[in-house]
Design a protein around this ligand. Structure first.
Ligand code: GAP
Length: 481
């Protein structure tokens, strides 16, 4: 199976390891190894470069993972961030209700209330997979609860289930610091934590995971405009709306979609991230509109963006573009009693928020899946800007004079690019090793190099080799990047 083959590379070559593996691991917890960490950092840097450059008033901040109870009372997570679980009345095993229903009855229970879930399980005679006992549904809050401090002064707190709340809490000070201007973008790249009931599906549903989220605060009276809308108005978006269910994906120009211009502009920029920055095949991407039952509780408009991931069985959510209105800031104003209104040119209001929310780990898995190819050779055709190494340098043989020259070339390039040096095994095996981890280029130093200062540059995808001068390598690699 493709997912097992990719996971085999991930574990063998140092992308991913099960966390606490010597204790047999824990479902939903994974570590990134050396190559995985490089790839994650590169993906995050590509994300930063793409989204933070959209406006001079977009900034990255870094906020805490632990937040007090009041934050989640205000955001609605304490009340509404629940999954339905099905519990067996005999052996008390617990299952994620929507997963159990979908796997066994092939129907979706998305958005159903507890009564409806119980009815579906009862009417279809769905029993406990462990002991055959009867099942009943109940809600389970997905946040990890903590106690801060000891003794009488303990304080209830939670690990953040999304990075977003940090940006809402930092809004008041950031707005002032950044000279009272809207739109203001606050991005957080960091961890989020959810106590998923049954985190199966390998690397898809995790209990500790990475998010890259950009909260854009703006004036709600200007939701139907964006100063750069002209530049995207004719861009065709790949959409799968509620009315398209069961049909084909459509390509529709931004200006022909019935959504606010501010929202459409960022949809276009998200699509650009996948199709232009990461250069993924167009047909693998789509926006999917969520219906009233599927939408997150804080959203007025909610489309997910999805990639077609063979190892996960089709189009899967990579992130969402969320029009959260003033849901969060008004909630925080109410609970904290702090005034979160702003004054822009004499107009007082609570800004609205458009959130661009990405899951880092899912995006990484998607890139591994889309790049994986197994024919005569195994190769990961990763986008060049996220491959763990951009280039590998080899001496043709383990001879002192070749190693010396190869290390010189390695040194020359390693300030500029992420470079791997390898002198172990035959040259063919070394090429294969780099193909398997997605290194776009390999440079080989041979005896001709010692005579004429040229090297062989091999391309991962075409396997073509060209002879280039050492003093041109930097320029050529930069051009190819
Ligand atoms: N701030 C909005 C928010 O958190 P979400 O749809 O719940 O929205 C955003 O999460 C993204 O985070 C998802 O699209 C997904 O990529 C990622 N994500 C959510 N839960 C996850 C989990 N349990 N494991 C891995 N990634 C997850």
């Amino acid at each position: 199976m493709k997912s097992e083959e990719i996971m085999d590379i991930c574990m063998r070559r140092g992308f991913l390891f099960p966390s606490a593996e010597i204790y047999r691991g824990v479902a939903g917890l994974w570590d990134y190894g050396p190559l995985g960490t490089r790839m994650k950092n590169s993906w995050e840097n590509s994300w930063r470069k793409h989204f933070l450059s959209l406006s001079p008033n977009f900034h990255e901040i870094s906020t805490t993972n632990i937040l007090p109870r009041e934050v989640f009372e205000a955001s609605g997570h304490l009340e509404s961030f629940n999954d339905a679980l099905a519990e067996c009345s005999s052996c008390h095993s617990r299952f994620k209700a929507d997963q159990l229903i979908e796997e066994n009855l092939k129907i979706s229970s998305e958005g159903m209330n507890l009564e409806e879930i119980n009815e579906v399980m009862r009417d279809n005679n769905l029993k406990c997979p462990q002991c055959g006992g009867s099942l009943s549904a109940k809600f389970f809050n997905l946040m990890f609860k903590l106690e801060l401090g000891a003794g009488e002064s303990t304080k209830e707190a939670y690990l953040r289930p999304e990075t977003a709340q940090g940006a809402y809490l930092a809004f008041k000070r950031s707005f002032k610091t950044l000279r009272n201007k809207l739109p203001l973008g606050l991005a957080i790249i960091g961890k989020a934590f959810r106590n998923e009931i049954s985190p199966r599906q390998g690397f898809y549903r995790l209990r500790e995971f990475h998010q890259a989220e950009l909260q854009i605060f703006f004036d709600p009276d200007r939701v139907n405009e964006h100063e750069d809308f002209e530049s995207v108005k004719d861009k065709k978006l790949r959409i799968y709306s509620i009315e398209d269910r069961g049909k084909e994906i459509r390509e529709v120009k931004c200006k022909d979609l019935d959504l606010p211009k501010f929202y459409l502009y960022y949809m276009a920029k998200i699509q650009d991230f996948y199709l232009e920055t990461l250069k993924l095949p167009r047909e693998m991407f789509r926006f999917r509109e969520l219906d009233e039952k599927e939408k997150a509780f804080y959203n007025k408009i909610h489309w997910d963006f999805e990639l077609n991931i063979e190892s996960l069985g089709g189009f899967k959510e990579m992130g969402g573009i969320h029009y959260r209105t003033d849901h969060d800031l008004s909630g925080h104003q109410k609970i904290s009693k702090e005034n979160l209104m702003i004054n822009v040119d004499g107009k007082k209001f609570i800004p609205h928020v458009l959130e661009l929310s990405f899951g880092g780990d899912r995006n990484l898995w998607a890139l591994l899946d889309l790049g994986y190819e197994k024919k005569e050779r195994t190769v990961l055709k990763l986008p060049k800007n996220v491959a763990p190494y951009y280039c590998a340098v080899f001496p043709l043989m383990k001879k002192e004079e070749l190693i010396k020259k190869a290390k010189e070339v390695y040194k020359l390039l390693s300030n500029e690019f992420s470079i791997m040096y390898d002198d172990t095994g035959s040259i063919g095996k070394r090429y294969r090793r780099q193909d398997e981890v997605g290194t776009p280029y390999c440079i080989t130093i041979d005896y001709d190099t010692l005579d004429d200062d040229t090297v062989t540059l091999r391309d991962r995808d075409s396997m073509e080799q060209e002879r280039i001068r050492i003093d041109k390598i930097m320029e050529i690699l930069n051009e190819k990047a």
